[in-house]
Design a binder for this molecule. Structure first.
Ligand code: FES
Length: 174
């Protein structure tokens, strides 16, 4: 993996996007808290994902340019961490815990129910772009198993009937 920008290939030479002033300022403020721009890469990527919902190649190129890294280095980091998205998310992303406590408290049945109900497997979105199913490991709420995180909210002690009601409510928000 490249560790320094290649001077013969200017970082973010092509395909950059213009960040809005607010994002630019937040990135600038973040950089002040780190000894080197590279050290700030993860928090800067978080800011971008928060702003756009995912991290596209042009966004990676722009980040690379701002931090003096190569686009390849930034892409390597983005694609290494599953927490970063490289494609637009569905309106509602369901992160379903499949770790032991949830699995033995109805999680397996819940997962089977969700896959059948939504007609998608893990990593897929419904055709209308409304729901996306993701498998995750322990969400840190084992005492409330089984647990599903939908966007930023936790839904706990879920039965298939309860998750159906949640999905209906979310559909109603559209
Ligand atoms: S095992 Fe599911 S939240 Fe911990």
């Amino acid at each position: 993996m490249t560790t320094r920008p290649n001077p013969s290939e200017p970082a973010a030479a092509a395909g950059e996007v213009g960040f809005d002033a607010k994002l630019d300022k937040r990135i600038g403020d973040t950089l002040k808290h780190y000894p080197t721009p590279r050290a700030a890469l993860l928090p800067v990527l978080w800011l971008c994902q928060e702003r756009y919902g995912w991290i596209s190649r042009p966004v990676m190129a722009t980040v690379a340019g701002k931090l003096g890294e190569s686009p390849a280095y930034v892409e390597g980091v983005v694609t290494f961490y599953t927490m970063f998205r490289t494609r637009p998310p569905a309106r509602f992303v369901l992160q379903v815990c499949r770790t032991l406590s949830c699995a033995v408290c109805g999680g397996r049945e819940l997962i089977a129910h969700l896959k059948a109900k939504l007609g998608v497997d893990f990593g897929e979105q419904t055709a209308d772009g409304l729901f996306e199913l993701q498998a995750v490991e322990c969400l840190g709420a084992c005492g409330s198993a089984p647990v599903v995180q939908i966007n930023d909210d936790y839904y706990e002690h879920l039965s298939p009937e309860q998750i159906d009601a949640v999905l209906d409510r979310l559909r109603g928000k559209e």
